[in-house]
Design a protein around this ligand. Structure first.
Ligand SMILES: CC(=O)CC(=O)SCCNC(=O)CCNC(=O)[C@H](O)C(C)(C)COP(=O)(O)OP(=O)(O)OC[C@H]1O[C@@H](n2cnc3c(N)ncnc32)[C@H](O)[C@@H]1OP(=O)(O)O
Ligand SMILES: NC(=O)C1=CN([C@@H]2O[C@H](COP(=O)(O)OP(=O)(O)OC[C@H]3O[C@@H](n4cnc5c(N)ncnc54)[C@H](OP(=O)(O)O)[C@@H]3O)[C@@H](O)[C@H]2O)C=CC1
Length: 291
């Protein structure tokens, strides 16, 4: 079997990035979201990010036009059912993801492979709610997708070798590198990265340092490209909190306790860049630290 057509569910920052790299690699892409606004924003973002690549001489104008013509936005989930591969990249909530797979189920062709871009949730559990756990994979891209080289591959307990091999071949076709992770809460990258971000929230909460000191300490003192709070805003504070909750519940260890300040920010709707306020305020020309 050869994968030619790919569906992406959820047109947020990750969904648009996945659609972008799939289209530039020559796959036909159907991009789905419940909101037409989200689809419109996603196409505009893809256009802008493709333009960056043209500007830097990584892509020709013709390649950009080709890639854009391969992406079709739709709010009709059923349309994705006949594609070769469907990658779910909606909000990091298990009920949302299960609901999507349940709604997609009646429309699925027998050959379709299902994948999820979840940052933390059990692949085995998500797969068990479909009719094809043997053809279900965790395909975890990193943000920003057009730039980051890694994709984590996670098999559920029932995933078959053929599905794993097809997903690995796709990662290679995208020019990216795969790292294989067992199906444990938050896999490899986020098991290490997100507790570090959560600890930075505690450092802020306990008054050890302010936002600017924490970020500049980690950028200049540990050579991280972004400080942990800047990175949290970039990922989305709701996503960071969901990952911590999965780690806390899944590993039953208090060392993963979500920082109360992170909880409060999410409850306030301060989700980072996507809501224009998180540890920084993004309403002006430059991000301004809020504490
Ligand atoms: C939560 C999860 O489940 C898993 C995760 O993804 S965790 C998050 C993982 N990601 C990270 O840790 C990112 C850390 N940050 C970085 O690596 C860098 O800050 C960055 C790559 C995002 C930006 O780098 P920078 O040097 O500040 O910006 P800049 O020089 O403007 O851009 C560098 C490149 O990124 C591209 N780029 C920057 N932001 C981009 C975006 N949002 N979308 C697409 N491309 C982008 C630029 O076009 C440029 O590409 P080339 O050099 O190949 O031409
Ligand atoms: N942010 C990151 O750095 C990374 C995130 N991920 C994972 O990728 C997934 C998406 O995250 P991200 O793109 O950041 O999140 P965003 O909040 O940017 O986007 C999520 C999108 O999914 C949409 N959505 C919600 N419910 C449905 C549904 N039932 N059907 C279709 N679309 C739906 C949302 O719409 P609306 O806004 O209207 O609710 C929104 O447009 C998550 O699982 C996350 O953990 C993986 C790697 C990195």
């Amino acid at each position: 079997m050869e994968i030619k057509s790919v569906g992406v569910i959820g047109a947020g920052q990750m969904g648009n990035g996945i659609a972008h790299v799939m289209a530039t690699a020559g796959f036909d892409v159907l991009l789905n979201d419940i909101s037409q606004d989200a689809l419109d924003r996603a196409i505009a973002t893809i256009d802008r990010n493709l333009e960056r690549q043209v500007h830097r001489g990584q892509l020709s104008e013709a390649d950009k036009a080709d890639a854009l013509s391969r992406i079709r936005p739709t709010t009709a989930l059923a349309e994705l059912g006949q594609l070769d591969l469907v990658i779910e990249s909606a909000t990091e909530k298990e009920a949302v993801k299960s609901g999507i797979f349940e709604s997609l189920q009646p429309h699925l062709a027998p050959h379709t492979i299902l994948a999820t871009n979840t940052s933390s949730i059990s692949i085995t559990r998500l797969a068990s709610r479909t009719d094809r756990p043997e053809r279900f994979m965790g395909l975890h891209f990193m943000n920003p997708v057009p730039v980051m080289k890694l994709v984590e591959l996670i098999r559920g307990i029932a995933t078959d070798q053929k599905t794993y091999d097809l997903c690995l071949a796709i990662v290679h076709k995208l020019g990216k590198t795969a790292a294989s992770s067992e199906d444990f809460p938050a896999f490899i990258v986020n098991r290490v990265l997100v507790p570090m971000i959560n600890e930075a929230c505690y450092v802020l909460y306990e008054g050890v340092g302010d936002v600017a000191s924490i970020d500049s300490a980690m950028k200049l003192g540990a050579n991280h490209p972004m400080g942990p709070l800047e990175l949290a805003d970039f990922i989305g504070l709701d996503t960071c909190l969901s990952i911590m909750q999965v780690l806390y519940d899944g590993l039953s260890d208090t060392k993963y306790r979500p920082c109360p300040l992170l909880v409060k920010y999410v409850e306030a709707g301060w989700l980072g860049r996507k809501s224009k306020r998180g540890f920084y305020d993004y309403n002006g020309d430059e991000p301004v630290p809020t504490r």
